[in-house]
Design a protein around this ligand. Structure first.
Ligand code: PRP
Length: 198
């Protein structure tokens, strides 16, 4: 989706769409270098200026806590972060889960959410398949991303509270944004045009 969108504004490179193990793909003609990273690492590359800009989900930005500029909501990758529990062990109120274990890929966001509600929790960091946590009694609940709801349904889990709506965002390194303002701002304007056209 990101590469398709960038292609529409002329930001592309040969070999970018194909699956390959290459980590840097360059288009010398238009002075562009694409860096292929794990999604969770995008804010790190951008914060350190190893990449001037990046495209990444709001969830990953919030969890990273990195000092970057968020320039544009790209609208795709819609999902939301929520708390879910096993259907058959649902408690009456959110507060009834205080002092229980929550499995999540997003401990920072989760902690902020629960602390704001005066709830102390035990956070168990997982790297994927979060829904497994309550099934094997690793945790009482999960905080995870939901897109279609299929994974929750298939694992007998039920959302009890929504935490944050997420979409893909264009982000920029703070210094790059100043030094390369014209080029980055131009990209934002062009992307806005494409997004308006749908
Ligand atoms: C994400 C998320 C859920 C699932 C939700 O996992 O963590 O498990 O997608 O999507 P759904 O609501 O459409 O079912 P992902 O596929 O990224 O893999 P992961 O579990 O390894 O993180």
């Amino acid at each position: 989706m990101s590469t398709e969108l960038l292609k529409k504004v002329g930001w592309t490179a040969e070999g970018l769409i194909e699956k390959s193990r290459k980590l840097v793909i360059e288009n010398e003609e238009v002075r562009l270098k694409f860096i292929i990273t794990k999604t969770a690492d995008v804010p790190t590359y951008v914060e350190h200026g190893a990449a001037d800009i990046g495209i990444i989900g709001k969830d990953v930005i919030a969890e990273s806590g990195k000092d970057i500029y968020e320039l544009l909501d790209l609208g795709f990758g819609k999902c939301h972060l929520m708390m879910a529990v096993p259907k058959d062990k649902k408690r009456a109120r959110l507060e009834d889960y205080a002092y229980t274990r929550v499995a999540t890929k997003f401990p920072r966001i989760a902690e902020k959410f629960f602390t704001n509600r005066g709830m102390q929790m035990e956070y168990i960091k997982l790297n994927g398949s979060i829904e497994l946590g309550p099934i094997v009694d690793l945790s009482e609940s999960i905080v995870d991303i939901v897109e279609t709801g299929t994974t929750l349904r298939e694992n007998n889990l039920e959302e009890i509270v929504s935490i944050m709506d997420c979409t893909a965002r264009l982000i920029a390194n703070r210094v790059s944004y100043k030094l390369k303002y014209r080029r980055i701002d131009n990209l934002v304007t062009e992307l806005e045009k494409v997004l308006r056209q749908g």
